[in-house]
Design a protein around this ligand. Structure first.
Ligand code: G3I
Length: 371
């Protein structure tokens, strides 16, 4: 019922949404609960504006979850960081704590300390957990990459890793990113250790093994640069369609949403998500951030707001898009500057935990969708 309301409302509002929102966002965020600067005309006796709602409250009214990737060190060490995670979001994704190198650094020895802490935090704060990630070419411990295993041994290692980790968290994970970034931009499969040694069948195997370990978790394929309709997203679509025909339990597709304002925002994202909807799988925006070449000017900030809205509106317009997750919420802990030299400010809060206009852009879209 909530979804029907969301779909109908967003559908009706969609035409005017972009035109309406962007100027409003740029006019700053009066009445926001954590304004970066005092609202114009605001004084000690001014009434709080009706817009002072958290993202999670607005997302609930809009019928989706709003999530953030969580830096486990910051969660443990910094009270303002933890407070924002709890107050603003109703789903969380461990940024690194469930990856192979963190969980099984040596063969057969598992360390779930940080991941368990996040799962407990999420439970205490009424949040769902997106598990991230079981099969990836990156952040593999050296014992996996340098082990010189036979195909049969490596397949067994993968099977055991998936079974152990999914079993450990059984009943506590909402959605698992089972396979991450398996495709190249041209739609061919990435030449990872998994493809090289196990062949393309590793993908179906991973979903089957994860499903056996936790039949209730929703199992996702997750990738980047697949926001719009292109060779990569079409290859993902074709693979998911084929796997589902074969009875492989792939139940969701994650669109990471790592954008850069120097490229056009993916305005065909709703069309892309619609075709996955028709396949009968859930979708989610799983890692949204929008980087800027520094120093950022007003036009770039405006483009950033629009890019966040493009991703979110794509989700809001899609019946079975369940979640909009940002890849970290504060510029203080972003992967971007370490990877893209000279770029940054990709998140919705600044380094001092002050909400940016991108925060307001997201709030306004959620508020419109929830009406
Ligand atoms: O764990 C080591 C630690 O022992 C060491 O002291 C420290 C020194 O730099 O490095 C730590 O590892 C870092 C790790 O994050 C944990 O903090 C790695 O150097 C660093 O490269 C790694 O970066 C992560 C990156 O994935 C790795 O590919 C980012 O935090 C994380 O945000 C990023 O997330 C990925 C998603 O999982 C998949 N999609 C793309 C996204 C962005 O790259």
């Amino acid at each position: 019922m909530i979804k029907m309301t969301r779909a109908a409302t967003v559908g009706a509002a969609a035409a005017g949404l972009m035109a309406f929102l962007v100027p409003n966002v740029m006019a700053s965020a009066p009445g926001h609960e954590h304004p970066a600067a005092p609202a114009p005309g605001g004084g000690p006796h001014s009434k709080p504006a009706p817009s002072a709602q958290t993202l999670r409250a607005l997302a609930q009214q809009a019928g989706i979850r709003i999530g953030t990737a969580v830096n486990a060190d910051a969660l443990a060490a910094e009270a303002p960081y933890a407070a924002k995670v709890g107050a603003e979001f109703n789903s969380v994704t461990p940024e690194n704590a469930m990856k192979w190198d963190a969980v099984e650094p040596t063969r057969g020895t598992y360390n779930y300390t940080q991941a368990d802490q996040l799962v407990a935090y999420a439970k205490a704060h009424g949040q769902l957990v997106r598990g991230h990630t079981l099969v990836w070419h990156n952040q593999l411990p050296s014992w996996v990459t340098s082990g010189d295993f036979s195909a049969a041994e490596l397949r067994d290692i993968l099977h055991q890793h998936i079974t152990a980790e999914v079993t450990h968290f059984k009943g506590k994970i909402w959605q698992w990113d089972v396979v991450n970034e398996a495709f190249n931009e041209d739609g061919t499969l990435r030449d990872s250790i998994w493809l090289q040694k196990l062949g393309p069948g590793y993908i179906a195997d991973a979903f089957r093994w994860a499903h056996q370990a936790d039949p209730k978790a929703v199992l996702f394929y997750n990738d980047y640069n697949d926001d719009g309709i292109n060779a990569k997203s079409t290859a993902i679509y074709d693979l998911v369609a084929k796997l589902r025909k074969e009875g492989v339990p792939v139940q969701g597709v994650g669109i990471q949403g790592h954008l850069d304002v120097q490229y056009p925002a993916p305005h065909d994202i709703a069309d892309n998500l619609a075709r996955f909807d028709k396949l009968g799988v859930q979708t989610a925006i799983t890692e949204a951030d929008v980087r800027i070449t520094l120093p950022a000017d007003n036009t770039e900030v405006e483009a950033q707001n629009e890019a966040y809205q493009t991703l979110l509106e794509g989700c809001l317009l899609t019946r079975n898009c369940t979640d909009f997750t940002v890849w970290g919420f504060t510029d203080k802990y972003s992967w971007v500057p370490g990877t893209f030299s000279g770029e940054g400010q990709a998140n919705i809060y600044d380094e001092n935990y002050q909400p940016k206009t991108a925060y307001t852009a997201i709030s306004q879209d959620l508020r419109l969708a929830g009406r």
